[in-house]
Design a protein around this ligand. Structure first.
Ligand code: SAH
Ligand code: SF4
Ligand code: F3S
Length: 478
């Protein structure tokens, strides 16, 4: 007998909590779209909602812990109101499957990374089931972008160009959860982007686990159409095609893999006006020995060459990265190599992580797992360095005037609005007429902190020609 019986009242409002990466943000927009086509409307919070959906992440252990903690907060809500529907989807659901149902039996529906489109059916099944309805598929043919969406902001959209990952980075659980890489047809992507622009979107971020291997499967299957004829990779071809979409002001993408980086992508960053001067290029480690153990098929020399080529080809480019500290077997010397490469790359920003063993990955079974105290001490040293580099990079912007796409009121100061430069820097400026969400303004940058800048709008509501290049601060070699 299910101790958490569901009620018969049909739920009408929903609340989604998203954990993890941009893929999940994007998936949540689709889940919201699916729920809204079923007649659900957004609720302010989990307490008020008739349906609560957690879209989960499993990349590190603390992601798991966070979810189970949050789910236990929902238990009393479910007991107080059995008609409340609780749904758990995404990566952790894919990983834990039945175990999740055992640990949190008050959940109604559990689905994975491949079947969000089945939500209406699963909810209908849950209406007559006593136990959690669990459906986890191994593969999908469906791109999340093909489902209806409810986007949080009007001016920006995520667009998936590929799903899954064919790489075998030994620390990473994503290929186990998201399946093999599959690219979406170029024409379908361009058509979606054109439709988004017609709906008021000005900036898109292309999503894939490894965007610069985009389209290899299409070429192999003879499905690339006429694209690729100009001797470009299909990814560079896609960037050029998006350059021709009228009214599309900004294109970003995440993440390219250093091993697959090709010069035609740098050329596209330079030549296609709406492709922004921004690159997220995950380093993971600066030590060649550790890169080998991670099965990352590039070495620090090649990585730094790529960084130099990017800065040379694309003036003003901002480069961000991901770095893991404390991979099994990492010595102090290996770590010092990471510090050296980080300093040499002069990253504009960095996401740094303590290594977290994920059952089922090759690294979890390696020897040489480190003491947490050692990892944490190294993590702090790296964080100090990346913070200083971010501050220095922002300081180099001072005195320049840059185009901002306004996002909305500043979260910390009601008298200000926040926007992003083409290089994805967060800038807060005093609110002036015309500096409305989704508008472009030019702002002079006056004050730098590691993670944001302060400035003042110099011409509100300007709509500059698409692709005004990001000015480079005087005296900056980068
Ligand atoms: N496909 C993306 C990465 C997705 S995961 C890419 O290759 O760029 C995002 C980041 O999480 C990774 O770049 C890595 O730095 C970090 N990460 C992945 N697995 C991890 C683990 N087991 N422990 C710590 N960090 C991890
Ligand atoms: Fe994980 Fe590596 Fe694939 Fe990125 S490229 S998702 S780190 S296996
Ligand atoms: Fe993203 Fe986390 Fe899944 S990082 S792909 S939501 S495991």
């Amino acid at each position: 007998m299910n101790p958490y019986p569901r009620g018969t009242v049909s739920a009408r409002t929903y609340f989604i909590r998203t954990f993890g990466c941009q893929m999940n943000e994007h998936d949540s927009e689709r889940a919201a779209g699916v729920l809204e086509t079923m007649g659900y409307r957004p609720a302010a919070d989990a307490e008020a909602a008739d349906l609560v959906l957690f879209n989960t992440c499993a990349i590190r252990e603390n992601a798991d812990n966070k979810l189970y903690g949050q789910l236990s907060h929902l238990k009393p809500l479910k007991l107080a109101d059995p008609a409340k529907t609780i749904v758990v989807g995404g990566c952790l659901a894919q990983k834990d499957q039945g175990q999740l149902a055992e640990r949190a039996p008050w959940v109604d529906v559990i689905y994975g990374t491949h079947n969000m489109g089945r939500l209406p059916d699963l909810l209908a099944q849950a209406d007559s089931a006593a136990l959690p309805v669990v459906e986890i598929l191994e593969h999908t043919e469906m791109f999340p972008s093909a489902l209806p969406a409810r986007r949080e902001v009007r001016h920006h959209a995520w667009v998936s160009i590929s799903i899954g990952c064919d790489n075998t980075c030994t620390f990473c659980i994503v290929p186990l959860l998201r399946g093999p890489e599959k690219s979406r047809k170029l024409g379908d992507i361009v058509a979606e982007v054109a439709q988004l622009v017609a709906d008021g979107v000005r900036e898109v971020t292309l999503l894939g686990q490894n965007v610069n291997s985009y389209g290899r499967d299409l070429v192999l299957a003879g499905e690339a159409g006429g694209a690729g004829k100009r001797n470009r990779t299909l990814f560079a071809e896609l960037l050029h095609a998006l350059g021709d979409v009228d009214g599309l002001q900004r294109v970003r993408f995440t993440s390219p893999h250093p091993k697959d980086f090709t010069p035609d992508v740098f050329a596209a960053l330079r030549d296609v006006p709406n492709v922004c001067e921004q690159l997220h290029l995950p380093l993971q480690s600066g030590s060649d020995r550790i890169l080998r153990r991670m099965q990352r098929a590039y070495r620090s020399r090649r990585y730094l060459d790529l960084v130099a080529e990017a800065r040379e080809t694309v003036p003003g480019v901002a480069i961000s990265t991901d770095i893991i500290v404390g991979f099994p077997g990492e010595t102090e010397d290996d770590f010092v190599e990471t510090l050296r490469v980080t300093e040499a790359a002069a990253f504009d920003s960095a996401f740094t992580f303590e290594y977290s063993p994920r059952p089922g990955t090759a690294a979890a079974g390696m020897d040489g797992h480190l003491d947490h105290a050692v990892v944490n001490e190294r993590y702090q040293r790296l964080a100090d360095l990346t913070r200083r580099l971010s501050l220095e990079a922002n300081q180099r912007q001072l005195g320049t005037v840059q185009q901002l796409l306004v996002e909305g009121p500043s979260k910390t100061d009601a008298a200000k609005v926040s926007g992003r430069t083409r290089t994805n820097r967060l800038v807060h400026v005093p609110a002036v007429p015309g500096a409305e969400p989704a508008q472009m303004v030019h702002a002079r940058l006056d004050e730098a902190a590691p993670h944001y800048l302060l400035g003042a709008a110099v011409d509100a509501a300007c709509d500059p020609p698409v692709g005004t290049p990001a000015p480079v601060a005087a005296g900056s070699a980068r």
